[in-house]
Unconditional design. Structure first.
Lengths: 277, 537
């Protein structure tokens, strides 16, 4: 573990990303303490610029506090990003693992299915799914997971394909080990690194998709989110720039931070890149 | 007159490496028309010495820190990059171990030879082409016109190496550096390539720096020999001096570790068969694709009607070149690969056709040992657990399996502390010992060893072979030993089966096969073993 931190630490920007990410998580966690009121509640004068009328980051056209929205929205974004990624990685790993390990007909079947999902532009597909399922936090998580898992499946399939012919796996066959144990106990631990890396980057994509959906009005109407804030404030871009700008910056910084962390994990976990510096 | 003078050469390694210098205080001389062999085990710095001459060190962490390399009085260490580019390919050229990776896979052989001319001399298109054709002719490639148009993957390993040699000799270099040029080749091809290098060297008056780990090759080709260990030169001298009268203890140990070609004395053995293989057939199909797209189907008969018998307590060697199907036979026997037809009788029970669950009780009686010590152990599993896995799967209680694993570690000569370590903390030879322990954990009757020592240095190889011999004695194992190395086979096997193109061309007691080979292919194989006139007694 210490060794891992040593490797991770070498990438400065990844450390910066991690610090930003920790700040975002802390803000999300203490949002109810910082802004005890419902972020949808009308907190004061509408359209107050930042720093005026007691609003740190200003208020929107209905007098809702932008800062409170960002703090509460952080929780939504991180939660959806994480949940959707866990579902996508879990499902993608199962599909890719089975396809790569068994090969042949099963591989053909699963991979053609995966390709079917990949032919539809992912954001359009997500919109379609949310529209059919009715906007709610569950349907958003499902939609994001459905459009994200094929990438994981392809990656895991490739790893399984190359690992299943390695001699240590064949040695397990000669010991009479069952397929399930070989897959879970022998092959999977050896392809965890790339899965962790793709997973971390996927959280960032999920946050972006969620923001996009909320911007189009397909977010959960009862939950504050950054995309919703940007969407609600876009008509006011010229008269009240702060309404869209601060949530936008929050999205930018969070996605950037997660990408930096993902990059750092890649550097630290991928043995082939270790020699690069 | 000296062509190349290396004086006090030091090449440093990146910080935190095992030692500070990859090459330390090396002095070497090379005269025209001379073959100097640099011999050493892996990590001895022999390859980096050659790369330093070429100016091909992986800079900036690995670089020459001290010393000079002079070619005809010109120092190559301080030469500019532009000057080095000029020298490489024209005055000094190099051939590599693996011709498939040293050639550009997307360029035809003709274009690659043409490049050498275009970069170094001004010549007309037609003239370049004629020169290239003449070169291919010189290295005895059949149908040079076709080879010019061919891509590397269309040629065999030996042909690719010939094309590499043609390229290296295109501009008549003064110095040719050959870095293990025959290690990746089959023994019969190796013999041809060695002959070719010698012939070309004599015709062009070239000084050859030949890097190898194989003393047989040294005996066949060297005029002078330099032995390296841990980056230092331990001994230099004429081939005769070093090979037949080594002075340094390391050289003596290395030469003593080279297995002799004289077969071991036969051992008493029972006539009772443990394993009988009866007309085994395995074909591989590739291509075809779904719905018949993707071109025609290719069918390869990897194992073609093989019948073998392994008697209790004996070691049966299966020897052959790459692609002969020897590994496929091994994989069929341990049921990693399903044979198309035939019978595999283990103590009278036919294993072929048994399902996975039905096979499980028989797994413990037949175990396998693998070639690559780096790929055959799960990097994320502790050594103790790797060895215990087999017994645990067979239902042995955990405490018993643990005790057994510790006992096996000491049997294969490893420290008890190895139990809690990960495979990457061990060297190649130690890992191979762990592999043996894993195979023995189930108390097998039959051990199938697929090239168990071919990835190891010669001194380690001798240790592992000795260990296998002891264990065979102690546990009354019967062993199928697959190898391409006839020297190893001579020392290990009681009987031999020679395979070619999936068929067995000859079987017999080792001593008899060596003394009086029947099949013409066996004769060819035996004649190609490098260094057989040396220490043939």
């Amino acid at each position: 573990m210490r060794n891992f931190w040593q490797l991770y630490k070498r990438n400065r920007s990844a450390v910066a990303g991690l610090i930003i990410l920790v700040v975002v998580v802390v803000v999300a966690a203490i949002a109810p303490i910082l802004f005890p009121q419902d972020p949808f509640s009308l907190a004061g004068l509408a359209m107050s610029p930042p720093g005026e009328n007691g609003f740190l980051l200003g208020s929107d056209s209905l007098g809702r506090d932008v800062a409170a929205g960002i703090a509460h929205g952080a929780k939504t974004s991180l939660l959806i990003g994480l949940l959707a990624t866990i579902v996508a990685v879990g499902f993608g790993t199962i599909m890719g693992g089975l396809a790569g390990y068994f090969g042949g007909k099963i591989d053909d079947l699963l991979m053609r299915t995966t390709e079917m999902f990949q032919t539809i532009p992912s954001f359009v597909f997500a919109i379609l799914l949310v529209a059919i399922l009715k906007p709610s936090i569950n349907s958003i998580v499902i939609a994001i997971a459905v459009v994200s898992w094929p990438a994981v499946a392809r990656l895991v399939r490739g790893e399984f394909l190359s690992l299943k012919n390695r001699e240590f796996v064949q040695a397990c066959h000669t010991l009479g080990m069952s397929d399930i144990r070989i897959m879970l106990g022998e092959i999977l631990p050896n392809c965890l690194s790339p899965i962790i890396v793709i997973g971390s980057l996927m959280v960032a994509t999920a946050i972006l998709i969620e923001s996009g959906l909320a911007f189009l009005g397909l977010g959960d109407p009862n939950i504050m989110s950054w995309g919703f804030q940007v969407g609600a404030g876009r008509t006011l871009l010229r008269s009240a720039w702060w309404v869209v700008t601060f949530p936008g910056i929050a999205i930018l910084i969070t996605v950037l931070a997660i990408n930096l962390v993902g990059e750092g994990l890649n550097d630290a976990l991928n043995p082939r890149l270790r020699e690069r510096q | 007159m000296r062509l190349l003078e290396i004086r006090n050469l030091h090449v440093c390694l990146p910080e935190g490496s095992e030692r500070a210098h990859a090459v330390e205080a090396v002095d070497l001389d090379l005269a025209p028309n001379e073959i100097l062999c640099i011999v050493g085990e892996s990590g001895s710095g022999k390859s980096l010495t050659a790369r330093a001459v070429m100016g091909l060190l992986p800079k900036p962490h690995v670089r020459v820190v001290d010393g000079t390399i002079e070619m005809d009085g010109e120092d190559l260490v301080s030469a500019s990059d532009a000057r080095m580019r000029d020298i490489r390919g024209s005055a000094i050229s190099m051939i590599f171990q693996e011709p498939m990776t040293a050639l550009n896979p997307v360029m035809s052989i003709g274009d690659q030879i043409d490049e050498v001319f275009r970069f170094h001399v001004s010549m007309g298109r037609r003239e370049r082409r004629e020169r290239a054709l003449a070169l291919l002719e010189d290295v005895h490639l059949p149908d040079p016109e076709y080879i010019m148009r061919a891509y590397p993957h269309e040629l065999s390993g030996g042909q690719r190496q010939r094309a590499m040699i043609a390229m290296a000799l295109a501009l008549d270099p003064k110095i040719l550096i050959a870095d293990e040029p025959t290690t990746a080749l089959d023994v019969t091809t190796q013999a041809q390539i060695l002959k070719l290098i010698k012939e070309m060297q004599a015709a062009h008056n070239t000084g050859v720096l030949f890097i190898t780990h194989d003393f047989g090759v040294v005996a066949d080709i060297a005029d002078r020999v330099a032995v390296m260990q841990f980056g230092k030169l331990v001994e230099t001298g004429t081939a005769d001096e070093v090979l037949n009268n080594p002075r340094h203890p390391y050289t003596q140990a290395l030469i003593a570790a080279v297995p002799s070609l004289t077969p071991r004395p036969p051992r008493g053995q029972s006539a009772q068969p443990v394993l009988q293989i009866d007309s085994l057939i395995k074909t591989f199909r590739s291509g075809g694709g779904i719905l018949g797209f993707g071109g025609g189907e290719r069918i390869v008969k990897a194992v073609d009607d093989v019948t073998l018998e392994l008697r209790r307590g004996e070691t049966l060697g299966i020897v052959g070149e790459s692609g002969s199907g020897k590994s496929t036979v091994a994989r069929c026997i341990v049921r990693l690969v399903d044979a198309d037809s035939g019978r595999i009788l283990l103590n009278g029970t036919d294993l072929n056709g048994l399902g996975r669950a039905e096979m499980r009780p028989f797994r413990s009686s037949i175990q396998m040992m693998f070639q690559d010590p780096f790929a055959s152990l799960n990097p994320r599993t502790r050594v103790g657990k790797i060895i215990m896995q087999g017994p645990l799967l067979q239902g042995v209680p955990a405490t018993e399996a643990q005790a057994k694993a510790r006992e096996l570690l000491s049997i294969v000569g490893l420290d008890d502390r190895a139990y809690d370590r990960f495979p990457h903390e061990f060297s190649g030879g130690q890992r191979q010992r762990i592999g043996i322990a894993r195979a023995l954990a189930l108390d097998p009757d039959v051990l199938v060893a697929d090239e168990p020592v071919s990835a190891l240095d010669v001194s380690i190889q001798a240790q592992i072979l000795k260990l296998l011999d002891e264990i065979r004695e102690r546990m009354s194992l019967s062993m199928i030993f697959i190898t391409h190395d006839l020297r190893v086979a001579a020392q290990v096997c009681d009987r031999l089966a020679v395979m070619r193109n999936g068929e067995i061309v000859e079987t017999g007691a080792t001593a008899e096969v060596f003394k009086d080979p029947q099949a013409s292919y066996t004769k060819e194989l035996l004649a190609a073993v490098p260094g057989q006139n040396w220490r043939s007694a």
